[in-house]
Design a protein around this ligand. Structure first.
Ligand SMILES: [Ca+2]
Ligand SMILES: [Ca+2]
Length: 567
C-alpha cells in the first residue's frame, strides 16, 4: 500500500505537470517584417505538461489549435499562445493503484477478485472489476494493461474494467470533490481503452457529468484493434459551486462492444500559461520632400551632395529595415551676389561725403555701420561691408573701401628779389605733396625762369590737385642805338653802330642797306657792332637805312626801321 502511494505521487509529479515549467509555452521569437510580407508563427508547447492550447484568435490564424501559422499582419501585432496546464489532481485514487474498490462510487456493481487467479467471477453486464489487464475481468476481452504504467515495462498497474450496459445516464464512475474554487476553470479527463476487440460492434459511448449536469459531447472508446488508451476531457467552470460530484456516465444503448477500461482519471484546476510574440511591421513609405537651397549650398541626400536643381530619388531603410522611397524636389536659387563697385578714392576737398548704395532689390540690408537702409552716407575713410538677404533667404555680402584723400597745399615762393636784374628768377613750389607740375612742364619743386609771366604750379596727391600761381611782371624795356656814327678818328667815340644794352635782347636780326638798297651788313647777334665798312672798306659818308627785328628778353618783339648817318 505504501509503495503504491509513493509511486502514485511520483507519477503525478512527473507526468501531470504539477511543476511544469511556466515557459513550456513558447510563442516564438519576435520578428520584424515589412508591410506586405508574411511571416511564420512557430509556437511550441510542452505536450506532456499542457492538456490543450490555442492561439488567441487573430487575423491570419484560421485553426487556433495549429501551432504553426503564416500570418501577414498589416500593422505591428502581438499574438498570444495559451497553454492550459492541469494543476494538482483532486481525484482520489484516479489511477486505481490503491486497488481499493471502496474508493470508487459507481452505478455499477463491483465484482471483487480477478479471473485467472481463481478469486473472481466474470465481469458481467453492468459490473466492474479492478484489474491489471482485460482478461482478468472477462476471459473473452483483450489483453490490455493499465495506462499508468503503460510507458514502462511494469505490468502490475491497476485500472477499472467495466462491462457497460445498454442503459444510458448511469454513472460508471463517480467521486465527490470538496473545496472547489468558484468561478474557476477545471479540467476533467480520463483515459479509456476498449476491451472488446470486434470493430464491427459498437464502442463505448460515455459523457462527463458534474453536479448532475452532462458536460461536453458524448465520446466513444477507441478502436480496440488500432488504438490503445486514449484521453478525453472537458473543461468546466465552477461558477458558484464550492463542491463537485464528478461522474463518467454511460450513454451506450447496446450491450456488445461497449466494454471499456478507465484509468488515470483527473480533475483539477486548469491554468493558462500565455506567451506572446510580436511581429513588428515596418511600413514601406513613399515620401516627397521639397528643399530650397541658395546658390553655393549643397544638400546631402543618400550620400550625395546635391548642388543643382532637380528631382532626385533615393531608397532608404527605415528603422525597421523597410524600404522608403523619398523623392526630393530640390530648388537651387540662382546665383545671388551684390556689387558695391570698385573701391572709392575721392578728394576730401571736392567730396566731403560719399553715398554707398546697394543694387536695387527687395532685400534686407545690414551695413557694417549697423544701418539697415539701402544706402548710407559716409564721411570717413574705411572699409564698409553690406550683407544682403533676399526673399529666398539667401545671403550675400560685399565690401568697399572708401578713402578720402587730403587735397595738397601748395604755394609758390621766389628766391630772386629782382627778376629784371638778370632776367632770371628761381621759383619754388612749397607743398606737402611730393608731385608737382609747373605750367611750363617742369616737374621739379624748384625751377629757374627767365621770362616774365604767370607761373602756375599744380601739386598732386593722386587725383587731388591744388594750384598756386606766381606772376613775374614785365621789366621796363629801353633799347636805343645811334643815329650817326663816325668810325675811325682818334676820339674813339661813336665808332660803331650797336645796341645800347644787348643784354635785354634775346634774338635779333639786323640789316643795313645803302641808298641803293644793297645789303651791307647782316647780323643775328645782339652784341653785333657795325663799323661802317663793307667788305673791309669803309663805306662812303652818307645816309644808310637799317631794318631791325628783335625779340626782347621780355618776350616781346620790336621792329625798328630808320636812317643812319655815316659821317
Ligand atoms: Ca492504473
Ligand atoms: Ca457490455
Amino acid at each position: 500500500m505504501t509503495k503504491r502511494f509513493f509511486i502514485s505521487l511520483l507519477l503525478l509529479l512527473t507526468f501531470h505537470g504539477l511543476y511544469a515549467q511556466v515557459h513550456g509555452v513558447d510563442a516564438g521569437k519576435n520578428d520584424t517584417i515589412c508591410l506586405g510580407e508574411s511571416v511564420q508563427l512557430k509556437g511550441t508547447i510542452d505536450r506532456d505538461d499542457y492538456l490543450y492550447y490555442y492561439w488567441k484568435p487573430a487575423p491570419g490564424i484560421q485553426d487556433t489549435t495549429k501551432l504553426t501559422h503564416t500570418v501577414k499582419p498589416d500593422k505591428t501585432t502581438t499574438y498570444y499562445l495559451c497553454g492550459y496546464r492541469p494543476q494538482m489532481n483532486l481525484v482520489n485514487n484516479g489511477n486505481f493503484e490503491y486497488e481499493d474498490s471502496s474508493l470508487v462510487r459507481s452505478g455499477y456493481y463491483y465484482i471483487p477478485g480477478t479471473i485467472g487467479t481463481g478469486e473472481g467471477n466474470q465481469c458481467d453486464e453492468g459490473a466492474y472489476k479492478i484489474v491489471q489487464h482485460g482478461k482478468q475481468a472477462k476471459s473473452d476481452w483483450v489483453d490490455k494493461y493499465d495506462h499508468t504504467f503503460a510507458f514502462t515495462t511494469i505490468k502490475d498497474g491497476w485500472f477499472m474494467a467495466i462491462n457497460a450496459a445498454n442503459v444510458p445516464n448511469v454513472d460508471v464512475w463517480r467521486q465527490d470533490v470538496q473545496d472547489i474554487v468558484p468561478n474557476t476553470d477545471y479540467v476533467f479527463y480520463t483515459w479509456i481503452v476498449s476491451l472488446y476487440a470486434k470493430e464491427d460492434y459498437q464502442r463505448a459511448e460515455l459523457q462527463f457529468s458534474i453536479n448532475g449536469e452532462l458536460i461536453g459531447p458524448v465520446f466513444k472508446g477507441p478502436f480496440p484493434e488500432t488504438k490503445d488508451w486514449e484521453r478525453f476531457y472537458v473543461i468546466w467552470n465552477s461558477g458558484n459551486s464550492t463542491s463537485a460530484t464528478i461522474s463518467i456516465v454511460n450513454q451506450s444503448t447496446v450491450s456488445m462492444g461497449n466494454d471499456l477500461g478507465l484509468d488515470d482519471i483527473y480533475f483539477s484546476i486548469v491554468e493558462p500559461d500565455i506567451d506572446s510574440v510580436t511581429i513588428y511591421v515596418g511600413e514601406r513609405t513613399e515620401e516627397e520632400i521639397s528643399v530650397s537651397l541658395c546658390h553655393g549650398e549643397s544638400y546631402s541626400f543618400g550620400g550625395r551632395e546635391l548642388t543643382e536643381s532637380g528631382t532626385y530619388h533615393e531608397e532608404f531603410k527605415s528603422t525597421l529595415g523597410c524600404d522608403s522611397i523619398i523623392t526630393l524636389h530640390l530648388t537651387v536659387a540662382p546665383p545671388f551676389t551684390i556689387d558695391l563697385g570698385s573701391d572709392i578714392r575721392v578728394c576730401r576737398e571736392t567730396s566731403p561725403e560719399i553715398v554707398l548704395s546697394s543694387p536695387p532689390g527687395d532685400f534686407i540690408y545690414e551695413w557694417s555701420t549697423g544701418a539697415t537702409t539701402p544706402s548710407i552716407t559716409v564721411d570717413q575713410s574705411g572699409v564698409y561691408g553690406l550683407t544682403v538677404t533676399n526673399q529666398a533667404g539667401c545671403v550675400t555680402s560685399d565690401s568697399i573701401s572708401v578713402t578720402f584723400i587730403k587735397t595738397p597745399e601748395v604755394e609758390v615762393i621766389s628766391h630772386t628779389e629782382d627778376f629784371c636784374e638778370k632776367y632770371s628768377a628761381v621759383l619754388e613750389a612749397v607743398t606737402d605733396a611730393s608731385n608737382v607740375v609747373w605750367s611750363n612742364g617742369d616737374v621739379t619743386h624748384t625751377i629757374t625762369v627767365d621770362k616774365p609771366g604767370v607761373y602756375r604750379v599744380t601739386a598732386r596727391r593722386e587725383m587731388c590737385n591744388s594750384n598756386s600761381f606766381y606772376v613775374i611782371e614785365e621789366c621796363d624795356f629801353n633799347l636805343y642805338f645811334p643815329t650817326a656814327i663816325s668810325p675811325g678818328g682818334a676820339d674813339g667815340l661813336n665808332d660803331y653802330f650797336a645796341f645800347s644794352d644787348p643784354a635785354v635782347v634775346d634774338k635779333a636780326q639786323v640789316c643795313i642797306y645803302n641808298r641803293y638798297g644793297q645789303l651791307l651788313f647782316y647780323s643775328e647777334d645782339p652784341y653785333f657792332k657795325w663799323d661802317g665798312s663793307y667788305k673791309n672798306k669803309l663805306c662812303p659818308v652818307g645816309s644808310y637805312s637799317y631794318v631791325i627785328h628783335i625779340v626782347a628778353k621780355t618776350g616781346k618783339s620790336y621792329y625798328y626801321k630808320g636812317v643812319l648817318f655815316l659821317i
